[in-house]
Design a protein around this ligand. Structure first.
Ligand code: PAF
Length: 276
């Protein structure tokens, strides 16, 4: 069974006991599903042992967002991981943010626009907690899902800029049979909303097909219209961007990515796909 630790001191001690083995880290907020398990399996390909962190990070939620409602399911998370992880780091908020905590990490570059336009606090919260976790564990590798594609690029930039000794790798999005990207927030969807949610990935495929005809702005607009027609109540964005930088592009000359965020009921869904 994995070792469950809740302090940075105990985490460091547990990792030191595994050295000189290679360590891979999978940071999560818990409510683990098959998508997380696939990140752990990917991590295991690059290391001898995997460390999973489970922490619902308050600083990445705005006051009106779902921090209180976010599912906290430590018992079933432990059961789901089984022996796949060697160590589980499940700190308290006070452990991660002790009284007087005054340090915030801000990553510019890939955090510009998209999610930041709608969740301005999000990436500084993510960057701060991920930096703290990676500095605490100092893993050889850390694996993040491509489902949160902008987050992956932000964390890669953070690790490079702070010269962390950790390679940050992306792992493909795991999807339900109808293509819906797996997410802990899918648990909020009513059966009707779940039916609408499944259209998001199909519409992104249509956006890619339209983009390949040449007019990227027309493809984005058609995607937004299609999401409203499918039953989404609000579309935050459908955007075709350079896959490496998330810069605006006017033609598909380099690998690109289509990214989207849309709301249905109280649930905000994001998804993205590679183009070319
Ligand atoms: O993707 C997530 O689950 C979170 O944003 C992360 C990376 C664990 C930071 O809290």
């Amino acid at each position: 069974m994995p070792q469950l630790v809740s302090t940075v001191t105990d985490l460091r001690r547990a990792i030191a006991a595994l050295k000189p083995a290679r360590i891979a880290m999978v940071p999560t907020m818990g409510a683990l599903h098959a998508g997380h398990v696939s990140l752990v399996a990917e991590a295991k390909k690059h290391a001898d042992h995997v460390v999973v962190s489970i922490f619902v990070n308050p600083t990445q939620f705005a006051p009106h967002e779902d921090f209180d409602a976010y599912p906290r399911t430590l018992e079933s998370d432990l059961a789901r991981l089984g022996d796949a992880a060697a160590i589980i780091f499940a700190p308290t908020a006070r452990e991660m943010y002790p009284d007087g905590h005054a340090t915030t990490i801000t990553v510019k570059g890939p955090s510009h626009g998209l999610e930041t336009d709608f969740r301005p606090q999000f990436f500084s919260g993510v960057a701060t907690v991920v930096a703290k976790i990676l500095i605490a564990a100092s893993p050889d590798v850390a694996v993040f899902g491509e489902k949160d594609y902008q987050q992956l690029l932000v964390v890669q930039r953070l690790a490079r800029d702070l010269a962390l000794p950790t390679s940050v790798l992306g792992a493909p999005t795991l999807r339900e049979a109808d293509g819906l990207a797996m997410s802990s927030r899918n648990a909020y969807l009513s059966p009707t909303e779940r039916g609408v949610a499944a259209k998001l990935n199909l519409i992104l495929k249509d956006v890619i097909a339209a983009a390949q005809k040449g007019d990227l702005r027309a493809a984005e607009t058609a995607g937004i219209d299609a999401l409203y027609k499918a039953g989404f109540e609000h579309v935050d964005y459908v955007a075709i961007r350079d896959a490496a930088t998330l810069d605006h592009i006017i033609a598909l000359e380099h690998p690109a990515r289509v990214l989207a965020a849309a709301k249905i009921g109280k649930t905000r869904l994001i998804d993205n796909m590679a183009i070319g």
